[in-house]
Ligand binder design. Structure first.
Ligand SMILES: Cc1cc2nc3c(=O)[nH]c(=O)nc-3n(C[C@H](O)[C@H](O)[C@H](O)COP(=O)(O)O)c2cc1C
Length: 252
């Protein structure tokens, strides 16, 4: 199985918590026999969709714009057996970079409206469209923060969306006193990757382990506030005065 992950975090790989969970997931996928690759959207130039529908009309399946989406990313998307869309949660949804990327996959869809009973869809142009795994992290300590993102992705990808990996309290994943619980979460992310490759979905037990609380909610709120207050205090306190050394000649 060929897995391509698209990570839309603007942060570097050491800081990004999306990356932390994503790479554990991909570790598990590789252990189960998949080949994996991660593409970082921050490194690519992705223009906004023009809404011209050229890709649905004269330009059959081709976008009129020239950028990394047409040059590389769309092809990589279509060639994969499974795609991981990994985004930090921004304002309760995917971040803008990921949204632009998804909008630019419009050429993969057929313009025809298909009636699926209680909903209408555009089918994929190709028979074998990649399956999708959604992955996201958020800083707030409640899982329900992913509700809008989850609904959005289920509406976009329908049955192609085979798994959703969401991890709340993301900024606490690197806090030393929590490392025992964090270890269990990261192990579950590895397990989730292996299960998606082997069984095509994540088991409820693994989801429970992945989404377990790291500490009582009130403690996490307190820790987060201590962190922000500490950082603000550092910035607000004036720099200590530099002692003048009379023995040194002054240049100005
Ligand atoms: C613009 C912006 C919006 C955010 N919105 C939310 C939010 O709605 N809910 C939340 O819990 N965290 C929110 N966060 C926090 C991020 O989801 C969190 O820091 C996450 O770890 C970022 O992922 P990354 O480390 O991979 O970049 C937001 C952060 C930024 C910068």
């Amino acid at each position: 199985m060929n897995i391509v992950a698209f990570n839309s975090s603007p942060r570097d790989n050491k800081t990004s918590k999306t990356e932390l969970i994503l790479q554990k997931f991909l570790d598990g996928a590789r252990q189960a026999g998949a080949a994996t690759e991660t593409l970082y959207l921050r490194k690519y130039h992705i223009k906004q969709c023009l809404g011209c529908f050229s890709c649905w009309l004269g330009n059959q399946g081709q976008c009129v714009q020239e950028d990394d989406m047409t040059g590389e990313l769309l092809g990589r998307f279509m060639e994969a057996d499974l795609i991981v869309l990994a985004t930090p949660l921004y304002h309760f949804n995917m971040n803008a970079r990921m949204k632009s990327f998804i909008e630019r996959t419009l050429p993969m869809l057929n313009p025809i409206f298909v009636d699926r009973g209680n909903r209408t869809i555009h089918p994929f142009r190709v028979d074998q469209a990649p399956r999708i795994v959604a992955l996201s992290v958020c800083a707030f300590p409640e899982f329900y923060n992913f509700q809008a993102l989850s609904l959005n992705l289920r509406m976009i990808f329908g049955n192609n969306l085979v798994a959703e990996i969401y991890r709340h309290s993301s900024e606490l994943l690197t806090v030393p006193p929590l490392q025992f619980q964090v270890g269990l979460v990261l192990l579950a992310a590895v397990q989730a990757g292996a299960e998606v490759v082997r069984q095509g979905k994540v088991s409820p037990e693994t989801m429970d382990a992945l989404t377990q609380d790291l500490a009582p909610r009130e403690t996490l709120i307190q820790m987060a506030n201590q962190y922000w207050q500490g950082e603000r205090a550092k910035q607000e306190s004036p720099a200590p005065p530099v002692e003048e050394d009379e023995s040194v000649d002054k240049w100005v």
